[in-house]
Write a protein that binds this ligand. Structure first.
Ligand code: KQY
Length: 365
């Protein structure tokens, strides 16, 4: 593995869309007791179900700490799931793993963004994120992929989505937040995205979903379903704290043109809930100084948009909510060529994210 001093764009590499063929998907086994209740046991069962659902379509590699390696291996008993030992701080490989880039000629490399636990000392979610900042490097070592490191430029994979044809969507709430790259202007941040993902057009939504622990990651709010078409989390209820956010996003998307000059077709995905953790669920978390507060009064940022596209399938969260069936119907309509599999997402949501946040696709070169 070599760390390159050029950029993907200058080398002819770009980030493909999530629906481009994958060679595998990466996950990290959850364990930290100040984020996952009951020492992680219910989350581990939920992650195992997600891993098995993905393995139905493509190989999966799950990284587990030395302490959890044998437990993970036992729980992930499936011929297409590989378990490797890796020390980590938490389990959000969308944000800590590499963003893979390809050149369309068989080349595969990775972008290793600087990670600061979603805000560093200004609102970050844990105080020591050094092991998580090494996850991308370690994955690229395992895969023998060359690496681009954006030293000092902070970004999480969940804060961007691309269509693979030159367009990226993100949110101002996250990328322009002063706890990420306060030294850079919007134009300078766009330039880093252009250079490292080879995109030409950046569509800036004002916000992500309300009370998301990441300062509004786009992957919990809006995603591409194909070039020129997005799926946006939506509510018509003016009392929902997401109402203004949805309206603002729709206004941007209605006037946007993508890198190929296309207007955006917007599909609406209802927001489940309101969802809240129970007192018993909160009591199972063992907080440390600085841990995310867990309280039944806090509205959870549940979203059906937080799904993963895999080879021939969609793996999406269900919340045991009356809207689950409608969400599944919309996903089938948006992805008629994919098999839609709904997997219980509540335990993952209790930890602060969902299926897209805990997975990282590796495109087939
Ligand atoms: O959703 C994500 N991409 C990460 C959420 C981190 C939550 C930690 N409690």
């Amino acid at each position: 593995m070599t760390t390159l001093t050029t950029t993907p764009r200058t080398d002819g590499y770009f980030m493909p869309a999530e629906w481009a063929r994958h060679s595998q998907t990466w996950m990290v086994w959850p364990q930290r007791p100040d984020n996952w209740r009951d020492n992680g046991a219910p989350a581990q069962a939920a992650f195992a179900e997600v891993a098995r659902a993905i393995a139905h379509f493509e190989p999966v590699t799950v990284c587990a700490t030395a302490e959890q390696f044998l437990a993970a291996r036992a729980a992930l008993d499936h011929p297409r799931i590989r378990v490797v030992e890796m020390s980590t701080d938490d389990a959000w490989v969308r944000d800590t793993g590499p963003t893979f880039v390809i050149d369309g000629k068989g080349g595969l490399r990775g972008v290793d963004w600087t990670f600061n636990a979603w805000g560093g000392l200004e609102g970050g979610l844990y105080a020591d994120w050094r092991r998580d900042d090494q996850v991308a490097l370690k994955i690229l070592e395992i895969e023998r992929c060359d690496r681009y490191r954006t030293e000092g430029f902070v970004l999480e994979g969940g804060s961007i989505h691309v269509d693979g044809e030159g367009t990226l969507i993100t949110t101002e709430e996250c990328l322009l937040n002063r706890n990420r790259n306060p030294q850079l202007s919007r134009e300078q941040i766009e330039n880093v995205l252009r250079e490292h993902l080879a995109v030409d057009t950046v569509i800036w939504l004002p916000h992500g979903l309300y009370n998301d622990e990441t300062d509004g990651h786009v992957d919990n709010f809006c995603c591409f379903v194909r070039p020129g078409e997005v799926l946006l989390a939506w509510t018509d209820d003016a009392a929902n704290p997401n109402y203004e956010r949805c309206q603002a996003a729709m206004a941007v998307l209605r006037s946007a043109r993508d890198a190929r000059g296309r207007p955006m077709k917007v599909h609406r995905m209802p927001i489940p809930g309101p969802l809240h953790a129970t007192a018993a669920e909160c009591a199972g978390v063992a907080p440390l100084v600085g841990s995310q507060p867990r309280d039944p009064s806090i509205r959870l940022a549940g979203s059906y948009v937080n799904f993963l596209i895999v080879n021939g399938g969609i793996v999406a969260p269900a919340f045991d909510d009356p809207l689950d069936a409608e969400a599944e119907r919309i996903l089938r309509e948006c992805f008629p060529e994919h098999e839609v599999v709904m997997v219980p997402g509540r335990e993952i949501l209790l930890g602060g994210g969902n299926i897209h946040c805990i997975t990282q696709q590796q495109p087939a070169p």
